[in-house]
Design a protein around this ligand. Structure first.
Ligand SMILES: *[C@@H]1O[C@H](CO)[C@@H](O)[C@H](O)[C@H]1NC(C)=O
Ligand SMILES: *[C@@H]1O[C@H](CO)[C@@H](O)[C@H](O)[C@H]1NC(C)=O
Ligand SMILES: *[C@@H]1O[C@H](CO)[C@@H](O)[C@H](O)[C@H]1NC(C)=O
Ligand SMILES: *[C@@H]1O[C@H](CO)[C@@H](O)[C@H](O)[C@H]1NC(C)=O
Length: 347
């Protein structure tokens, strides 16, 4: 009676197949391939990469059996011994590489029967930085260390089809590098170029914005950053491309570099920089780099300083108000005196 129940269980276990489970793991990190079985004596576990039956990890006679393990997996696999008693045959695979992608079979057997489950392991390496640069008469956009294969697109006002296809190469560790060069033709109508890099898992973009020369007051002027879809995590302002003005991280106070301290009035949360008391040597190009996890934008604004006739506009306003007040008081006093004289004359 019991035996037949066991047989039925065994039979069901043996024929039980479920859809593959998808597991996505980040390149060079550790990853768990889940697998469970019905608890019983005489546990046998085989983790096998299909097709080709590459031995990944085996366990029987109450211990790991790594004699036939493929060298690719050497030192990178382990089961969770304390979990085996609970029917958990999950495999931990460390330092995941692109070659580890594939269909893994978890074969388990106990006195109660056998089971096979399958895991589809997918590896990804997120897009890190998208770098956009002006190089001679080209705009170049590039990014490295990506998996799976990325795509690159340009937008200059509207989607822009580059004259040459982006070039894609692969590193020794099978990651992709992508780059694209286009003729530099930003102008008054389209002063921004955006390069987007996408994979099936991920998307990042970088924008280069060039403003036209602007006349601005030396007393006080505000220079804008390119706004991002989400608030920036970091803002970096530079003068003439190399001279650092300040760095501001989200939620933190900023501190301008020594030479710029007395010329920086404030920085808005979107990064706009308000400058005061500018001298002729502050005429030049101001660059704002705004960055968050999805985007980078580089906005350059050349400034031409104009003097406000040696009197700042705020001083001028104050002077006008004071002069106005004096005139008003004088008129009032004059009227009052005349009225008094009139009343006295009438008496
Ligand atoms: C099996 O063990 C691993 C590692 O401790 C754990 O992450 C996983 O959730 C366990 N699976 C089950 C079904 O308990
Ligand atoms: C991960 O694997 C790579 C190549 O197989 C190796 O160069 C690197 O040292 C390994 N990293 C760790 C932390 O084991
Ligand atoms: C500029 O881009 C073109 C493709 O549009 C490319 O052939 C050329 O080598 C690039 N020049 C530089 C200096 O990157
Ligand atoms: C800036 O000022 C100069 C005179 O100093 C003038 O010739 C020029 O047209 C002005 N440019 C703009 C963009 O306002």
């Amino acid at each position: 009676m019991f035996a037949s129940i066991f047989l039925i269980f065994g039979f069901f276990n043996w024929t039980f197949t479920s859809a593959d489970t998808d597991v996505s793991c980040q390149f060079r990190t550790d990853c768990i391939l889940p697998c469970s079985f019905n608890v019983g004596n005489e546990v046998v576990i085989h983790w096998i990469l299909k097709p080709g039956d590459i031995q990944v990890h085996s366990y029987y006679y109450n211990k790991d059996q790594l004699g036939l393990q493929n060298p690719r997996y050497k030192g990178r696999t382990s089961l969770y011994p304390e979990q085996l008693g609970r029917g958990n045959a999950s495999l931990r695979l460390s330092n995941v590489s692109v070659e580890d992608e594939g269909r893994y079979q978890c074969y388990t057997s106990t006195v109660n029967g056998n089971k096979e489950t399958y895991i589809q392991l997918k590896v990804y390496a997120p897009i890190k930085d998208v770098v956009i640069k002006k190089l001679e008469n080209n705009l170049t956009c590039s990014s490295d260390g990506i998996y799976p294969e990325p795509k690159l697109t340009w937008t200059i006002g509207s989607p822009y089809d580059p004259p040459e296809k982006p070039s894609i190469s692969r590193t020794e560790s099978q990651l992709y590098s992508i780059s694209s060069s286009i003729p530099y033709n930003l102008n008054a109508h389209h002063n921004a170029a955006t390069c987007s890099i996408t994979t099936t898992k991920d998307q990042k973009k970088a924008t280069l914005l060039e403003e036209a020369l602007r006349n601005c007051s030396a007393t006080e002027t505000t220079v804008e950053c390119q706004s991002l879809d989400a608030p920036p995590d970091r803002i970096v302002w530079r003068f003439n491309h190399v001279n650092l003005i300040l760095t501001r991280r989200r939620g933190e106070a900023f501190e301008a570099t020594a030479g710029w301290k007395k010329h920086v009035k404030e920085v808005s949360s979107q990064g706009a920089l308000t400058l005061i008391d500018l001298k002729p040597e502050h005429e030049g190009t101001y660059t704002c780099e705004s960055i968050n996890t999805k985007e980078t934008a580089i906005a350059t604004t050349p400034l031409h300083l104009v003097e406000d006739n040696n009197v700042s506009s705020t001083t001028a306003i104050v002077v006008i108000i004071i002069l106005g007040a004096i005139v008003l008081i004088a008129v009032l006093v004059f009227l009052l005196l005349r009225r008094r004289r009139q009343t006295r004359d009438n008496l």
